[in-house]
Design a protein around this ligand. Structure first.
Ligand code: NAD
Length: 329
């Protein structure tokens, strides 16, 4: 009913519904037409490669030219700006670090909106402020296109394996069109509600992830100090009630697991700066809704401190190393 009021009564709603259905239909008919991908970093790189593997021609752009080179070799078309991507593709996925980058890519001088085609579907998979997602959705809608937020959970390993979880916010009638692309990169694609709700789910998840990673690092460190072998302790935690993703899939202690950032001097993975950013977003949302999040607030302080002390570019599981260094000060 609210939609009917906004869109000018039942007749307006019906016209709008038919327009959206027509857009979905025309995009679906051209299902293997090029897909734009902007932001080819730790996550965007394997995600765009999975689109290529599924037979979608990719039109790529990243502000860092080195990130595009590999895609040129893989047969993707590389462009000079987000606007150029919008000129050549009517479905675009963006995977950028934070809110200011997303604003720049969508609404900047050479942004997507400069050349976006009517009816285009723009999916932002970056983790950004839900309020910014809503702002971008309005700007996109004014151009006759559709915006959905679809942040991901799962990390670089899941991005490579095409196992990401997508949390999707936006007009429900567009969900199937978005899902067609997102299932090439993820095994779970969940519709959350109106624009911004994907980001809301993502922010809650990452606040919990940071808290559980710090908890795992503290417990592992205490066990080591008490003389336990870290591999044995991890094994026990993982068969007991302390088990969590940070202990059994992404253990922060070097030597406990293979193929995770802690086995590689905390290189790659999910940067500490990005975690600090997500915890900041959680704090803003908590303040706006007057929700107490004391552990989230403490986790935010810890990750900000890590950024200030040289950990900014390391994976967020480096909190284990940070705790060890702090205790020797
Ligand atoms: P990243 O920094 O590795 O990659 C971001 C890419 O965007 C870089 O290649 C950068 O050059 C590019 N970029 C920045 N500004 C740009 C602009 N104006 N135009 C074009 N390209 C631009 O970050 P990432 O780890 O790939 O993360 C991307 C997003 O996904 C973030 O919002 C992050 O919070 C989220 N995320 C990351 C992970 C992870 O494990 N890394 C997991 C889940 C979600």
């Amino acid at each position: 009913m609210a939609a009917a009021v906004v869109l000018g009564g039942p007749a307006g709603w019906w016209r709008w519904h038919r327009r959206v259905a027509a857009m979905v239909c025309s995009r679906a008919m051209a299902s293997k037409t090029p897909v734009g991908f902007i932001g080819l970093g730790n996550m965007g790189n394997p995600m765009a490669k999975n689109l290529l593997k599924h037979g979608y021609p990719v039109i790529a752009y990243d502000v860092f030219p080195e990130a595009c080179k590999e895609f040129q070799d893989l047969g993707a078309q590389v462009t000079d700006s987000p606007a150029d991507v919008a000129e050549r593709a009517d479905r675009i996925i963006t995977m950028l670090p934070s809110s200011p980058n997303a604003k720049e890519v969508y609404t900047g001088a050479n942004g997507i909106l400069k050349k976006v085609k009517k009816g285009s579907l723009l999916i932002d998979s970056s983790t950004i402020d839900p309020a910014v997602s809503k702002e971008l959705a309005k700007a996109v809608e004014k151009m006759g296109a559709v915006f959905m937020d679809a942040p991901v959970s799962g990390g670089v390993g899941a991005a490579r394996a095409g196992n990401l979880t997508f949390m999707v916010g936006g007009v429900e009638q567009e969900f199937d069109a978005a899902k067609e692309l997102l299932t090439c990169m993820g095994s779970n694609v969940v519709y959350c509600g109106a624009v911004g709700t994907g980001q809301a789910a993502k922010i809650c998840n990452n606040m919990l992830l940071a808290i559980s990673m710090i908890g795992t690092a503290e417990a592992m460190n205490l066990g080591i100090r008490l003389g336990l072998d870290p591999k044995l302790l991890a094994k026990i935690l993982n068969m007991s009630s302390g088990r969590c993703w940070s202990s059994d899939t992404y253990n922060p202690v070097p030597g406990v697991m293979e193929g995770v950032p802690s086995a590689n001097n905390y290189q790659g993975g999910f940067g500490t700066t990005l975690m600090a950013k997500d915890l900041g977003l959680a704090q803003i949302s908590a303040t706006n809704t007057m929700t107490p999040v004391p552990l989230g607030s403490q986790a935010h302080q810890i990750y900000r401190m890590m950024c200030a002390k040289g950990y900014a570019l390391k994976d967020f599981s480096a909190v284990f190393q940070f705790l060890r260094e702090e205790e020797t000060l």
